[in-house]
Design a protein around this ligand. Structure first.
Ligand code: ZN
Length: 579
């Protein structure tokens, strides 16, 4: 706890329809001749330098009597203020907030969704310094929600953060909010909604959130927070971001129109809530204390995101919110997508984590060929490891035990170092698993899924139809044109010299139409040279392409009817609801 006086921020929204809002930051100088304040360049959970300072406009400073003070930028994200004997300085700036995502700022007449890292200045010499936050909402907004201790003071909402870390971990949602509160293990679990909630069944979603919290509480052995908020902004689909005691979800309007969409939303909610433990408390050594002004490189995201991705769907199943059939459908698609990604044989998993800042968060047209997501392969590793632990210990040890043991060891002041989770798995299993991790975490060779599928009594359903013809491109209709977005390495189009951004014009003498090009591609004759007409940078080109059968289709997983009683019992305990 710092004995420095708090930095006091005030936010006001005089004209939110312009997407602009005003920030005033006041702090005591403590007799300093000059002070330097900074704005974060990234926010935890989203591993990309976003340069939040680029949205700052008209920054100026004055003393407590209103006399202007000199200010000069000293870095891309820092400002130095000359105090000139003043006892306090007041900094004012405007922020333009028109980037709708879970880690940036959005303000309009209806609502404000603010990422604190993108909003507030902090004292880089004293990140332990407390912050006070006063928010004057736009006149038509009825509520401000933020997971910090606070109160309403007349027209203003006041919140207190013990230090800068706590401030950054507390997203702000203001507007005409719809709040559904449930109680899980004596703790309030709130669904706080804004946006187009008319077609959204908040009560059903809030019940599901409570069910997720209750299932995870049973998994981990209690809830580590006093209160939790699922912030749900219903405007367009845009994922989620985890915080210590809350999450921000960006959701599509039509989620309740389709069971599948709703399942996806449940999966995201379950994923983000699992982060309460995995990454917000149990974390890689490198992810705390954070350096808010530089990349924080870690090889540990395969666990932080991979294990969370493995459990998000599995715990939905164990919560009873999805059926066994729905879970297997999801897992089958997930494994199929993994097997269809050539980059799994190029980039090691630990490296995928380390390079998140320059690769996963900066995808390009060659990404699938050259990279594998640590979410995806991390979850595959966990699936394989779960089977490995169960089969090697006669079902005495499961991945659940590994998670809980890791939490007991590394959720305190110190996170886990490289190699420690792997050593813990060997310790729990009583056998050396280093060869498993060398292959799955540090290698690029193909991982055999068959033993894990057999261990859980699962199999891919036999194919009943021949594979469709495959060109090996991902393309999209753009302004009436069919434009290539990705070319699969070593696929037919790759071998023919097709490139991303090429426009596909005609194939086998027939023009390709936006309306039915993908169906036409699938019915092409396989194994014969065909003429493909394309346009690249305005020039027409002809290439010869030999279409092949699609090598990896999305496949259905099913329960293996030949599973032994022992395997059936394991499968049942793996998939059964947590009582
Ligand atoms: Zn995540």
């Amino acid at each position: 706890m710092s004995d420095l006086p708090p930095i006091r921020h005030r936010l006001s929204f005089p004209a939110p329809w312009t997407h602009d809002f005003e920030v005033e930051t006041r702090l005591e100088t403590e007799g300093c001749r000059s002070l330097e304040l900074a704005m974060a360049v990234w926010t935890p959970g989203s591993y990309l330098v976003r340069e939040y300072a680029r949205h700052v406009e008209g920054l100026c400073a004055e003393d407590e009597r209103g006399a202007p003070l000199a200010v000069r930028k000293t870095r891309k994200n820092r400002w130095r203020f000359e105090c000139a004997g003043a006892s306090a300085i007041v900094v004012r700036y405007r922020l333009h907030a028109r980037e709708l995502s879970v880690r940036t700022n959005w303000v309009d007449a209806e609502l404000a969704l603010l990422a604190p890292a993108a909003t507030f200045l902090f004292d880089p010499a004293h990140p332990e310094r407390p912050h006070e936050l006063r928010i004057s909402p736009y006149e038509h907004w009825t509520a401000v929600e933020c997971p910090l201790p606070g109160l309403r003071d007349g027209a203003e909402f006041v919140f207190h953060a013990a230090d800068y870390d706590s401030l950054v971990d507390a997203p702000i949602l203001a507007g005409g909010l719809e709040i559904h509160e449930r109680v899980v293990e004596g703790r309030p679990v709130k669904l706080v909604q804004a946006g187009d909630v008319a077609r959204w069944d908040g009560a059903v979603a809030a019940d599901a959130c409570a069910r997720i919290a209750a299932t995870q509480a049973r998994f981990w052995g209690g809830l580590p927070y006093e209160e939790y908020r699922f912030f749900n902004v219903v405007l367009e689909s845009g994922g989620g971001l985890e915080h210590r005691d809350s999450t921000v979800l960006l959701s599509g309007r039509a989620v309740f129109a389709q069971r599948r969409e709703y399942r996806r939303w449940l999966g995201t909610a379950c994923h983000e809530h699992f982060h309460v433990w995995n990454v917000k408390r149990l974390r890689p050594l490198e992810l705390g204390p954070f350096d808010y002004e530089n990349e924080n490189l870690t090889r540990g995201l395969w666990f932080a995101e991979g294990a969370t991705s493995y459990y998000d769907e599995l715990l939905l199943r164990r919560s009873g919110l999805v059926s066994v059939e729905e879970y297997l459908e999801e897992l089958g698609e997930f494994l199929s997508r993994y097997l269809a990604t050539p980059g799994r044989l190029v980039q090691p998993l630990a490296e995928s984590s380390y390079d998140a800042w320059i690769k996963l968060y900066r995808p390009d047209a060659n990404a699938s060929n050259s990279r594998i997501s640590y979410y995806t392969k991390g979850a595959v590793l966990c699936f394989l490891l779960d089977a490995e632990l169960r089969t090697r210990t006669a079902d005495r040890v499961t991945l659940d035990d590994w998670m809980r043991a890791a939490y007991a060891r590394w959720s305190g002041a110190r996170g886990f170092a490289e190699g420690e989770l792997e050593a813990l798995a060997s310790e729990l299993a009583g056998v050396d698993l280093s060869a498993f991790f060398a292959r799955a975490l540090h290698g690029t060779e193909e991982l055999d899924l068959a033993p894990a599928l057999a261990a859980f009594g699962l199999r891919f359903a036999p194919e009943t139809t021949p594979a469709p013809a495959w060109l090996g491109v991902a393309a999209r209709a753009r302004e009436g044109r069919i434009v290539v977005e990705e070319v699969r390495r070593d696929g037919p189009a790759w071998c023919a010299g097709v490139s991303p951004e090429d426009e596909l014009l005609a194939l086998d003498g027939l023009r390709l139409e936006v309306a039915d090009w993908s169906v036409r591609l699938e019915s092409l004759p396989v194994g014969l040279p065909l003429e493909l007409l394309l346009a690249r940078r305005g020039r027409i080109r002809r290439v010869s392409v030999v279409v092949r059968p699609q090598p990896q289709r999305v496949r259905k997983l099913e329960l293996d009817p030949a599973a032994t009683p022992e395997v059936q019992a394991r499968r049942a305990s793996w998939l059964s609801e947590l009582a």
